[in-house]
Design a binder for this molecule. Structure first.
Ligand code: BES
Ligand code: ZN
Length: 952
């Protein structure tokens, strides 16, 4: 999910972190509400159903006259004919009398609909057959009732339907895998969020329509069926088919329903509170499930304690699906994962793989409360799900796996979104979303990363205990219901406004005390503050100017790529104002002070003289800081004299902010580079990695541009400067997780830069590995490097491709595919893309990360860009325009460009798409990113050249 996208492309399912710049849009013109849609021209008019009759509902959102209470759902997937038939009985409550029921349904053939009133049911009357109208543009069907349904009565709607198992990654779809013995097996699996439950059964497919589900699945005896709840019984049908009946679910939204028919194996354990946890994978990968079981047991125990609410279901299954578009999906009681997000292979999974798997499990388990138990009212606030789950990764992994030191990785969660949020094309956290396309676009870095970062900032502001109690309050108050932003803010400020709950934080009216009033005041403060972060796009820049002991503070909107001297800068600043909870410390005191900056300018007095002041302690705040005058020099001097007087996360933050300020034209590149020179004494790995990351980024930028003098000098600088670190690395899996991640990163860079000892060692290991017919165990942290060096010869490349087909480890395959894509031979890169298009040897799910990495290979950038344009229609057959994969492909093959000609080409391409009615918000983000790259180079290439001459 780009490489703020947490570094290793194949490591993550980049879908998510990267996707964030990639909105979704439906390619089907019916869905995109094109201007040719008559409905759009006159929103008051009724649309026309497929049979030519008027469709009685003209809005995308369902009416609320009828609400679902309970679904009885029976599904029979046929894994031979690759289709499914289903029947359901939906019990509904009529709130206002109506003559029709509107439901969601997409690509389903609805065969028969019968309505029964309570009376019909009581007297076993057959019910009435209803006419069904279909309006595919809104993915809706209308059930027309002959006589008005009466308010406050319940009815039962029985529907029969059928469809093909989808050939994609959504709805009820087909996944396949090959056994070690070479046989192909089929799996039928669901993936519904946000709006695809309607592809599996007609339903009220909106998060607010919570209901209970009783699910039955038919299957053959060689398969198992899984669903949200435990199985209660299996009955044998005529002809030997089996029908599994699952317990009725708790009240939940449709997007969380799940069922799977497969032939997987599992491992199980029980939590302290008695929940049965099982991890499923294909039989050949069963041995890779144990780490996930251990982690999920620990994490489930942790969450039950932390939230003070038990996980409400008797069981939780986690299952690795061979074809999965994103990283994972939190279906209640049956969480689905991409194989590399769940499985851990002791031989081939690296330290960062372990961190990734742990975080994905932590994320999806957090959703069992944030999202499943309490759901946002509507998709505009999806950050309440995703921001919280991302934030909870930090809290829970820190508590359960302190040795992973995952809080050090959290800074990158914020840095990744700052890059995007400082473009004008960003969006506010809460954003209107109506169409499926707009809804899908909400699953981006703004919802996930910025959401998590502002929560972390708020926790820092309120203090840990209060924040913790507040979220417990929020979860308890809205259990099995839905919430919006304001509900969260009032829970977090311990206010019981509106709705009184007894408990330790709330006071009834009769007990109105000054305490209560203080709480009310605080509620306003929290709400006012947080609204400035959720309703406005962008990130503030705090400019600090020091004169003696007084500090002048100024806030403005931080924009990268637009400089203060540019004519458009002023207009882009208008109306932006945040309530920024500032923290700072100084050279003379390590006490953390705080101040809320609510106005454009403000002043602060320091209590003692000090040689420097540093804002945003531990980088907990979501803002960039610029020190005017001598501010940066004073900090650089301190770093060089004794960097340990600044806290480790502050050092990472300083490196980050300095380079961001370069992009914004506020700091010169040589100043930022000078700041990194203290790194030769740095022992803290996150700071070291941050500095290295920027140097590496510049190297790749220069390499792709073919600026050979700068590339060469930069290479020598990096190798010379980091020589002590490179030389002390062992080719092993020893040390802490961060030691291991440093080893992977630095050796990868050293070999990439052709550092002779590195190449020699990697070549040696690769030959031994080949000679052992792939049996030799190479330390997992250097596997990527060994394979990449090996992939540079034709023999090695071919051997790796062969091993790719045979490997039973997703972690290993990911590393092999990465290595293959670093080849300098274009025909080899093309072959990989072709294999990815074919989907046999390289699965379609790998195509987007593959194209992303190939586009970053100097020999592959033109190739992948041409491929995108030439194969556009083929790609659209595989992925929805707005899908994760497609958004990653488009941005992956374009957003690193940095010349005017390239910008023009991309612009033309996007315009041609728009002319076909295909529009994505990401187009603007990409164009702005390329313009920013161009500007960066124009301004900074000469500086970089000179700096290297002086410093190499
Ligand atoms: N709820 C999402 C899955 C999802 C993503 C649904 C996009 C619809 C659209 C899930 O909880 C999630 O966030 N998955 C991430 C992995 C996670 C660890 C960041 C993903 O799939 O990338
Ligand atoms: Zn999530």
């Amino acid at each position: 999910m780009a490489n703020p996208c947490r570094k290793l492309l194949f490591n993550i399912y980049m879908g998510f972190y990267c996707s964030t710049i990639m909105p979704k849009m439906c390619i089907c013109s019916q869905l995109s509400m094109s201007s040719t849609d008559p409905f759009n021209k006159d929103p008051g008019a009724f649309p026309v159903a497929t049979n030519g009759e008027p469709f009685p509902w003209n809005k995308l959102r369902l009416p609320t006259m009828v609400i679902p209470l309970h679904y009885d759902l029976l599904v029979h997937p046929n894994l031979t004919s690759l289709d499914f038939v289903g029947s359901e009985k939906i019990e509904v409550l009529v709130r206002d009398a109506t003559q029709y029921i509107i439901l969601h349904s997409k690509d389903l053939e609805v065969m028969n609909v019968i309505l029964q009133s309570e009376e019909d049911l009581r007297y076993r009357k057959p019910g009435k057959k209803l006419n069904v109208l279909s309006y595919p543009a809104h993915q809706q069907i209308a059930l027309l009732v002959p006589e008005k349904l009466m308010a406050d009565l319940r009815y039962s709607v029985a529907i029969n339907f059928q469809a093909k198992l989808a050939n994609s990654f959504e709805g009820f779809y087909k996944s396949t895998y090959r056994t070690r013995g070479g046989k192909t097996r089929i799996v039928a699996v669901t993936d519904f969020e946000p709006t695809e439950a309607r592809m599996a059964f007609p339903c009220f497919d909106e998060p607010l329509f919570k209901a209970n589900f009783s699910i039955k699945i038919r299957r053959e005896s060689g398969h198992i069926a899984l669903s949200n709840m435990p199985k209660v019984k299996t009955i044998e049908l005529e002809g030997g088919l089996l029908e599994d009946h699952f317990e009725t679910t708790v009240k939940m939204s449709t997007y969380l329903v799940a069922y799977i028919v497969c032939d997987f194996n599992s491992v199980s354990g029980t939590t302290s509170s008695g929940v049965k946890v099982s991890v499923y994978a294909t039989p050949d990968k069963w041995s890779q499930t144990h780490y996930a079981l251990e982690a999920s047991l620990k994490l489930l125990d942790f969450y039950e304690n932390y939230f003070d609410i038990n996980y409400p279901l008797p069981k939780l299954d986690l299952i690795a699906i061979p074809d999965f578009e994103s990283g994972a999906m939190e279906n209640w009681g049956l969480i689905t994962y991409r194989e590399t997000s769940l499985l851990f292979d002791t031989k081939t999974s690296s330290a960062s793989d372990q961190l990734w798997v742990t975080k994905v499990i932590a994320h999806e388990l957090a959703h069992q409360w944030f999202g499943n138990l309490v759901t946002m009212e509507w998709w505009n606030d999806i950050w309440l799900n995703e921001g919280f789950a991302t934030y909870m990764e930090l809290i829970s992994v820190n508590a359960t796996y302190p040795e992973l030191q995952s809080d050090d990785a959290f800074l990158d969660v914020c840095f990744a979104v700052i890059k995007k949020d400082s473009l004008n094309s960003s969006r506010p956290i809460s954003n209107q979303a109506e169409t499926p396309t707009q809804i899908a676009e909400m699953f981006d870095a703004v919802s996930y990363n910025k959401g998590a970062c502002i929560l972390n900032m708020l926790k820092d502001f309120l203090n840990e205990e209060k924040f913790h109690k507040g979220i417990i309050h929020y979860l308890k108050r809205f259990s099995y219901g839905n919430a919006k932003n304001d509900d969260l803010w009032s829970s977090l400020s311990n206010s019981c406004l509106g709705d009184f709950t007894s408990g330790e934080f709330c006071y009834s009216d009769s007990k109105m005390t000054s305490n209560t009033l203080a709480f009310l005041g605080e509620n306003v403060e929290v709400k006012e503050m947080m609204t400035t972060w959720t309703q406005q796009k962008g990130i503030p820049l705090v400019v600090v100017t020091r004169e003696g002991r007084s500090l002048r503070l100024q806030q403005e909107r931080f924009l990268s790529g637009v400089f203060k001297e540019d004519p458009e800068w002023r207009a882009l600043q208008e109306r932006y104002l945040w309530h920024i909870p500032l923290t700072y410390c100084t050279s003379s005191s390590n006490v953390i002070r705080s101040h809320v900056l609510k106005s454009r300018t403000d002043t602060l007095e320091l209590s003692e003289n000090s040689s420097w002041v540093k804002f945003n302690v531990d980088s907990n705040g979501y803002y960039v800081v610029h020190y005017e005058g001598r501010g940066w020099d004073q900090l650089i001097t301190q770093l060089n004299q004794n960097h340990t007087l600044l806290r480790p996360k502050d050092r990472v933050g300083l490196i980050h902010d300095a380079f961001q300020l370069v992009s914004a034209g506020r700091l010169t590149l040589d100043k930022a580079l000078d700041l990194t020179r203290y790194l030769q004494h740095e022992a803290s790995i996150p700071a070291l990695l941050k500095g290295l990351e920027y140097l590496e980024l510049f190297y790749h930028m220069m390499d792709r541009k073919n600026v050979s003098d700068v590339t060469e000098n930069l290479k020598h600088y990096i190798l010379r400067y980091f020589k002590p670190v490179i030389d002390t690395q062992s080719w092993s899996d020893k040390g802490s997780v961060w030691d291991r991640m440093l080893r992977s990163t630095i050796l990868k860079l050293a070999c990439y830069l052709n550092h002779a000892p590195c190449i020699q060692k990697a070549t040696e290991l690769f030959s031994q590995w080949m000679e052992s017919s792939g049996k030799l165990n190479i330390p997992s942290d250097v596997l990527n490097i060994v394979y990449s060096v090996g992939a540079q010869t034709t023999v090695g490349w071919n051997y790796l491709l062969e091993q790719y087909g045979l490997s039973m480890s997703g972690a290993e395959k990911k590393k092999i595919l990465y290595a293959l894509s670093t080849s300098k031979h274009q025909e080899k890169l093309m072959k990989l893309i072709e294999l990815g298009m074919e989907g046999e040897v390289i699965k379609t799910q790998e195509l987007s990360p593959l194209l992303y990495v190939i586009a970053r290979n100097p020999k592959g950038q033109q190739l992948s860009w041409n491929f995108l344009r030439e194969n556009w229609t083929h790609l659209l057959k595989k992925f929805d325009l707005g899908s994760y994969a497609m958004r990653m492909i488009i941005s992956g093959t374009t957003s690193h460009f940095s010349s005017k000609d390239e910008l023009q080409e991309v612009k033309l391409f996007f315009e041609s798409l728009k002319a076909q009615g295909l529009h994505l918000d990401i187009f603007q983000i990409i164009l702005e990113t390329i313009s920013k790259n161009i500007k960066w180079l124009e301004k900074n290439l000469p500086t970089l050249r000179t700096w290297l001459l002086v410093n190499s």
